[in-house]
Design a protein around this ligand. Structure first.
Ligand code: LLP
Length: 431
């Protein structure tokens, strides 16, 4: 199995020690199921690996855009992780969960005055500043409060990660941050150092997502450290912090490689230490921002089959009771997934079909060219694996379809972490 918390017993798929058939019986369908222990295991790889190889000042921040609801913030906080947020919605969720807002890092390439004030009122610890307009606004609102606001600058190191275009963010022409190459990053640093209410702690970069090679992070570290050394010699300012962003990939299918996060961190840290001493700069405290690799393989989605359509000589469809509203990733990125008949998990898979949703458009495909048992029929349970990241958080109400609940399993227990939307929820904002 692609994830170690999955196994099959008597034809039934088990996830986190729970029968998926029993979960669907208890909580209904469709549902997201997440495994709390798996989330914790993933957090520990970063918390322990970063401490061990980068030292005590290093810290991972969970990029909560991957999956944001109150319980997740409690889980990652108890594992010693900071969090990265990108909107007032994520800030509010973290705040209401009781998360210590000092450990929150606020991203976004377009923060308006309301966003900045909201974040300051919630006590957000650090802003990752993307543009000069935002810097001026932060300086002004921090001044009004009589504080010095800690910030990092988002810098684009000019790396093309060759991942899919929508998540490729480190190139010079990216909409995010200040490019090093054009001199913009140096210029804004100089400008910020003269600001009375800005405490510039250092720099941030994030180059892409679903990446498998530590070489990408090594290359980012190289460029960022060179920049830090250049800033030191030009402006006499030495960065105290360096955030290398997120991006480590996960296994969606058997074709994806397995990645040893701790060993990757070791390789990056070794290079980082060598480079700092070569450049004669103090080692900045390093942070990373994993999102996908914390939650993706800690989640699956369970659906019931509604119908099986065999179009002789052409194609077969298995239509389920969910769709692009709960998982838009194939429609958006042609993302691959592993699909299993969860109640017929030991039957031979000899039926080629497209797994499609119930939305009113042909692009509503969860996964094309899937192999399922020939006997698959209405009422059967289908599991789509590795859906813990960017599924719940990217869900929509297209066709006024209610969003799914999130069921959390934790050892022998299971509980509702997020309630499913009701039809009343759907019309609750209509006048
Ligand atoms: N830090 C920053 C500044 C980011 O922009 C991102 C992701 C992360 C951290 C976390 O990256 P991760 O470890 O999750 O790869 N919706 C897309 C993914 C968008 C990623 C955006 N930024 C998807 O479904 O694949």
């Amino acid at each position: 199995m692609i994830v170690n918390n999955l196994y099959i017993e008597n034809d039934t798929l088990f996830f986190g020690g729970h029968s998926t058939v029993d979960l669907a019986e208890k909580y209904g369908s469709p549902i997201y199921v997440m495994d709390e222990q798996k989330i914790r295991e993933n957090c520990r790889k970063y918390v322990n690996g970063m401490k061990k190889y980068f030292g005590d000042n290093a810290k991972p921040f969970y990029a909560s855009k991957a999956c944001s609801f109150k319980r997740i913030y409690n889980i990652v906080e108890s594992e010693g992780m900071g969090v990265d947020v990108v909107s007032v919605g994520e800030i509010y969720t973290a705040f209401k969960s009781g998360y210590n807002m000092k450990n929150v890092c606020f991203h976004s390439n377009s923060k308006n005055d309301y966003d900045i004030n909201f974040a300051m009122d919630c006590g957000v610890g650090c802003f990752v500043v993307d543009n000069v307009e935002e810097l001026d606004a932060i300086d002004c609102f921090a001044g009004e409060r009589g504080i010095k606001q800690k910030i990092l600058f988002r810098v684009t190191p000019g790396i093309d990660t060759h991942t899919y275009e929508a998540v490729n963010t480190g190139k010079v022409d990216s909409k995010f941050g200040f490019p090093i190459e054009t001199g913009a990053a140096m210029e804004i640093t100089k400008y910020a150092l003269a600001k009375e209410h800005i405490d510039l702690a250092g720099f941030h970069c994030h180059v892409g997502s679903q990446l498998f090679e530590s070489s990408v992070f090594i290359r980012s570290a190289e460029i960022m450290l060179q920049f830090i050394a250049e800033v030191k010699s030009t402006l006499g300012y030495e960065a105290k912090e360096l955030d290398l962003g997120g991006g480590y990939g996960v296994r969606y299918t058997e074709n994806d490689p397995t990645i040893d996060i701790e060993d990757n961190i070791r390789q990056v840290a070794e290079y980082f230490k060598k480079k700092c001493s070569e450049l004669n700069i103090n080692e900045p405290a390093v942070s990373m921002e994993p999102g996908r690799s914390i939650v993706a393989d800690a989640g699956i989605t369970l659906y019931k089959v509604g119908n099986v359509k065999r179009i002789e000589g052409y194609k077969n469809y298995v239509a389920i009771d969910g769709g692009m509203t709960d998982n838009p990733r194939y429609a958006l990125y042609e993302s691959e997934y592993t699909v299993i008949a969860a109640d017929k998990a030991n039957e031979p898979c000899d039926f080629l079909c497209d797994l499609v949703g119930k939305c009113c458009e042909s692009g509503d495909i969860i996964q094309p060219k899937v192999m399922l048992p020939e006997s698959i029929q209405r009422g059967d349970l289908v599991a789509v694996l590795t859906t813990g990241a960017y599924n719940f958080s990217m869900a929509s109400n297209y066709n006024r379809i209610p969003r799914l609940p999130v069921i959390m399993v934790n050892g022998d227990e299971s509980y509702v972490a997020v309630k499913g939307e009701t039809l009343e929820d759907i019309i609750s904002r209509d006048i």
